[in-house]
Design a protein around this ligand. Structure first.
Ligand code: HEM
Length: 512
């Protein structure tokens, strides 16, 4: 009797499984390199220039590639079609962020825009960002951008060897004035120092190497007692959290105090505080964290873009010359460029476009966490996968960008139909995708454009020379896991002429 029941149960199970297999859709994961048991593809990944590895996979397996690390699935999208379809059109399920226990919960970055999970909070933050940085609002920041650009050029002329310090000062000063209406003092400014320290902790400590800590994989580690071996990350987190809180609160308190006193420069925070009828606690938490997030988000991106511009000009003197000719013909000898010159300077626009494409600040963008199972072109992409847009592969696609490794601004001056022009505009890739697209895109665009135009109008850029006067070939290394920031390189920067030096000096004290 028992034997009969066991036999029936086995037969029923086989029938059920067979039936499910024959009726359920096939669930093929996207192709990818073969994993090893348990560890998965850990050995295939690299912290240095992972985008190069992912681009080789794309050539071998196609534009949607799957790998896994101990069960965590990673998907790499390497074509405009796949990124647009998944990250843009299906943005309602592809816009979440991975949970970071160390950065978010333990270091207090949970409310910062870059860490906010997709949902009500992220939508509230986005609304604030769009209100303050929408394309129609940007002209109101033009005078600030212009005066920060001129200060940058003056510092560069005074001491070109410190170009990196001047760039950091420029990017930090611009964000402090746009976001908080705060004008940084020329030396040792308290908020610039606080910003530098906080961004350094965030980029080089909390999120160094991709930001994954053992506690992110085994969250229960956060309950370790402080005396336990291996718990030192908890003590570090306490120190870093205190610094992050200081950085969120102090510039914000400055705006509130200035509003109270009635003496303030209009800014992101002042505009939104004045526009809010009832300033609830939640609104203030959203506002001060959104404001603070812009500082970190704009530093590395603007600095990296400018370094790629310097590199390109140093390596291509013929392009520098062509751009300067265009500027001279439009501006004449007696003035510096302003935003109203932009429509008359198509080659400068083309140089900026090529800087974005050739440099690619965030070559893998940032990971998008999939919130529900999905199927794309018959491939199964499971919920919880981290999806990366391989912007490097897209901007190296020879069918879109012939001779893709070369720096060729002329490629954007070719007359093509609007659909192709859109596919070839690197701005559609380098600023991210869909609901997660960079909210600072219009501010970044204006500030990078004026930097490039003003530097080209006033300065010459060339390779540094050794003691015998021979040009030094720059050795360019990319060691940051997330940003494609070149390591510091030597560069020769000097005024084009006595006359351009005079023009630069005349900007002193002349607020645009
Ligand atoms: C050339 C300069 C810049 C580039 C190339 C750039 C690019 C990007 C990219 C690729 C992302 C990630 C999108 C994603 O999550 O998929 C991003 C996010 C972000 N960017 Fe930018 N960005 C630049 C400048 C700026 C500036 C100047 C600001 C602020 C004023 C800014 C604010 C932000 C913020 C707040 C986020 C996080 C958005 C989120 O997580 O939802 N960015 N940016």
């Amino acid at each position: 009797m028992t034997f009969t029941w066991v036999l029936v149960a086995v037969l029923l199970t086989i029938t059920f499984v067979w039936h499910r297999k024959s009726t359920a859709p096939a669930r093929y994961l996207p192709p990818g390199p073969r994993p090893v048991p348990i560890l998965g593809n850990v050995l295939d990944l690299t912290a240095k220039e992972l985008w190069l590895v992912a681009t080789k996979w794309a050539a071998q397996f196609g534009d949607v590639v799957h790998v896994h690390i101990m069960g965590q699935r990673l998907i790499f999208l390497s074509s405009p079609e796949a990124t647009m379809e998944l990250l843009d059109r299906k943005g309602s399920i592809y816009s979440d962020k991975p949970p970071f226990v160390m950065a978010g919960e333990l270091c207090g970055c949970d409310d910062m825009v870059a860490f906010t999970r997709y949902g009500d909070k992220s939508k509230r933050q986005r609304r604030l960002l769009n209100q303050a940085f929408g394309v129609q609002v940007i002209p109101s920041y033009h005078p600030l951008i212009q005066s920060e650009t001129h200060s940058f050029i003056r510092r560069l002329v005074a001491d070109p060897s410190k170009y990196m310090d001047h760039l950091r000062r420029y990017a930090g000063g611009l964000t402090l004035s746009v976001v908080y209406g705060y004008e940084a003092s020329p030396n040792n400014d308290k908020f610039l120092t606080l910003g530098e320290e906080s961004v350094d902790i965030l980029a080089n400590k909390i999120t160094s190497g991709g930001g994954i800590w053992p506690v992110d994989i085994f969250p229960s580690l956060k309950h370790l007692p402080r005396w336990a071996p291996g718990s030192s990350f908890l003590t570090k987190a306490d120190v870093w959290k205190a610094k992050m809180e200081e950085f969120v609160d102090q510039p914000y308190n400055f705006v509130k105090a200035s509003l109270k006193s009635g003496s303030y420069a209009p800014s992101f925070c002042s505009t939104l505080l004045e526009g809010e009828r009832e300033c609830t606690e939640q609104f203030e938490v959203d506002l001060k964290n959104t404001a603070n997030s812009m500082y970190g988000a704009s530093m590395d991106t603007i600095i990296t873009s400018f370094c790629h511009f310097l590199l390109a000009m140093m390596l291509h003197p013929e392009i520098l010359e062509k751009a300067q000719k265009e500027l001279d013909s439009v501006l004449g000898p007696d003035r510096l460029p302003t935003f109203s010159d932009r429509p008359s300077l198509p080659f400068i626009d083309a140089v900026v476009s090529e800087v974005y494409r050739w440099g690619v600040v965030l070559p893998m963008s940032l990971p998008h966490r999939l919130m529900e199972d999905d199927v794309y072109r018959g491939m199964f992409i499971p919920k919880g996968s981290l999806v990366f847009a391989n912007v490097w592969a897209i901007t190296r696609d020879e069918t879109l960008f012939p001779n893709a490794s070369a720096f060729l601004p002329e490629r954007y001056l070719e007359k093509v139909d609007p659909a192709l022009a859109k596919r070839r505009d690197p701005r559609n890739y380098v600023f991210g995708f869909g609901r997660r697209r960079c909210p600072g895109v219009h501010l970044a665009e204006s500030s990078v454009w004026l930097l490039v135009a003003t530097v080209l109008a006033t300065l010459d850029i060339s390779k540094a020379k050794d003691d015998f006067g021979h040009p030094i070939e720059p050795k360019i290394e990319f060691n940051n896991a997330i940003f494609r920031t070149p390591d510091r390189f030597e560069c020769n920067i000097h005024p084009r002429s006595e006359h351009s030096l005079k023009l630069v000096r005349e900007t002193e004290g002349a607020r645009a």
